[in-house]
Design a protein around this ligand. Structure first.
Ligand code: SAM
Length: 345
């Protein structure tokens, strides 16, 4: 068995470059789908390495396109790779890679936003949540309009330990528009601090490993690309229900430049607003005149706890949502975009 294992890890046989494959199959990146491809093996291999060693691990790559990151994962001796790609035009080049890697690649045609990875890995890789990180990685260079709603969805799945996270604290390496990567890792008081920072940092340890200039992608996006590594935390810093935390953050960050009490007030209907805002801020022991981006994780934790206590006393308040529908869509996150511009202007 040792012999077979060693043989299957031989380097991939020479293959046409990803660029040649795109030409061969006459595939052009579709601008409207934000298909920007990375061709430089040094960079694809750096992306894979940034999340830690994948040797002997099972890796799930989302949005492989023609497969340049996939090659790097295979060359770094992953035991097995599953790719999830939406666009069938990439099947021939992915199948070429599959033929070249002695059965170490499974291709799934599908949408990563609805794909469930709960059965994608061998069950003996499961680790207890508070144990070691399992020998599983998720990697992806996805279109920007997918990567932000996807990480929010996956943070939810991390919070309830479903999808890939039935296997334990599976780490992720994902690409984002540079500005979004900066927001994900922004600390309290930093200009980029927003709802997304608190959400990501609550359920994961996050690291903005490095940045790739937009010009090296084909076709070139207008922006640079940040590589972010996520490792789920054993205990979230705010150990409360995902939707409650998201709702409090959404309201508090609604007025980034105003006192935080303005946003807190949005959690309550008009007739109870003054009374309950005062109560929540007092119980949480937070300065009502601090700006939302300066609030620490501990302060957010106390605010969320205070809100959940108020909800227990007055369950009907839960319905109230600052007059806004509560959904996990990308357009919601665009609000943060607008706000960030406000802040710098
Ligand atoms: N990973 C390749 C690279 O780095 O060169 C391709 C990157 S390209 C920015 C994004 C890829 O994700 C495309 O191949 C696109 O078809 C795929 N994709 C987009 N939305 C997807 C989705 N919802 N589910 C799965 N794949 C998706």
């Amino acid at each position: 068995a040792k012999h077979v294992k060693a043989a299957s890890y031989l380097r991939l046989p020479p293959l046409p470059s990803t660029g040649d494959l795109l030409k061969l199959y006459r595939i052009r990146g579709r601008k409207q789908l934000s298909q920007n491809f990375l061709m430089d093996p040094k960079l694809t291999s750096k992306i894979v390495r940034s999340g830690g060693r994948v040797r002997d691990c099972h890796v799930c790559e989302v949005g492989p396109g023609p497969g340049s990151i996939t090659r790097s994962i295979l060359e770094q001796k992953a035991a097995f790779v599953t790719v999830i790609e939406k666009d069938p035009r990439f099947l021939p080049s992915l199948e070429l890679l599959q033929d070249a890697c002695s059965g170490r690649l499974r291709i799934e045609l599908g949408d990563v936003l609805t794909y469930n990875m709960a059965n994608s890995f061998p069950s003996d890789l499961r680790q207890p949540w508070d144990g070691n990180v399992p020998k599983i990685h998720i990697v992806g260079n996805l279109p920007f309009n997918i990567s932000t709603p996807l990480i929010i969805r996956w943070l939810h799945d991390v919070s309830v330990q479903k999808n890939a996270w039935v296997f334990g604290r599976v780490p992720m390496t994902l690409t984002f528009q540079y500005e979004v990567a900066e927001r994900i890792v922004a600390l309290p008081g930093e200009e980029q601090r927003c709802r997304l920072s608190v959400m990501c940092q609550n359920w994961c340890h996050v690291k903005h490993s490095f940045t790739i200039p937009g010009r090296v992608f084909i076709p070139k996006p207008k922006v640079d690309v940040g590589i972010v590594n996520f490792v789920p935390r054993v205990e979230p810093l705010i150990p409360l229900d995902f939707s409650l935390v998201e709702k409090v953050l959404r309201c508090v960050f609604q007025f980034r430049q105003k006192y935080c009490k303005r946003g807190v007030a949005m959690l309550f209907p008009k007739n109870l607003r003054d009374e309950l805002t005062h109560k929540m801020i007092t119980v949480a022991d937070v300065d009502p005149t601090i700006r939302p981006f300066k609030l620490t994780m501990r302060e957010f934790n106390r605010l969320c706890l205070a809100y959940s206590t108020i909800l227990k006393q007055k369950p009907s308040i839960a319905k109230y949502n600052g007059g806004k529908e509560f959904i996990l869509e990308s357009e919601e996150l665009d609000e943060d975009d607008t706000n960030a511009e406000d802040e710098t202007s």
